[in-house]
Design a protein around this ligand. Sequence first.
Ligand code: 2XT
Length: 134
Amino acid sequence: MEQGLVVTQLDIQPGECIKVKGKILSDAKGFAVNVGKDSSTLMLHFNPRFNCHGDVNTVVCNSKEDGVWGEEDRKADFPFQHGDKIEICISFNETEATVKVAEVEFQFPNRLGMEKIEYLAVEGDFKVKAIKFS
Ligand SMILES: CCCO[C@@H]1O[C@H](CO)[C@@H](O[C@@H]2O[C@H](CO)[C@H](O)[C@H](OCc3cn(Cc4ccccc4)nn3)[C@H]2O)[C@H](O)[C@H]1NC(C)=O
């Protein structure tokens, strides 16, 4: 599988926004956007699943601390379709991370109390077109 996009050495502060623009592959099984300290310590693993790991059309969110996954949080909304061109906006504060996609907002607790985002990775069946930090 092609290695996805990875950005390190970031210094994203509370209230700032990471915008990931791209296209969901037409035969996507799933993709993930990870933000946190590094690949082993994630504030948020945002994982829309079309059909993988036993999930169909389900957004699974989780955290990861020192390589150990936390408790999964399955969301009710699934605002994604194969082939969609989308923009995902991620921001956070001391209590939660927020992911905005189209008109839908997902919240996930900032379980690790992270005070900045240093790491961004996009994995799976998603072709990144642009990244913007604001
Ligand atoms: C019921 C007992 C087994 O539970 C299952 O355990 C699996 C293994 O831990 C859970 O799947 C894992 O869930 C994690 C989040 O909690 C991550 O999503 C794990 O995937 C990490 C990962 C990303 N990637 C790259 C990637 C990402 C998206 C699409 C394609 C490749 N490769 N591996 C994924 O393997 C899966 O979500 C979990 N299912 C349930 C219902 O709990």
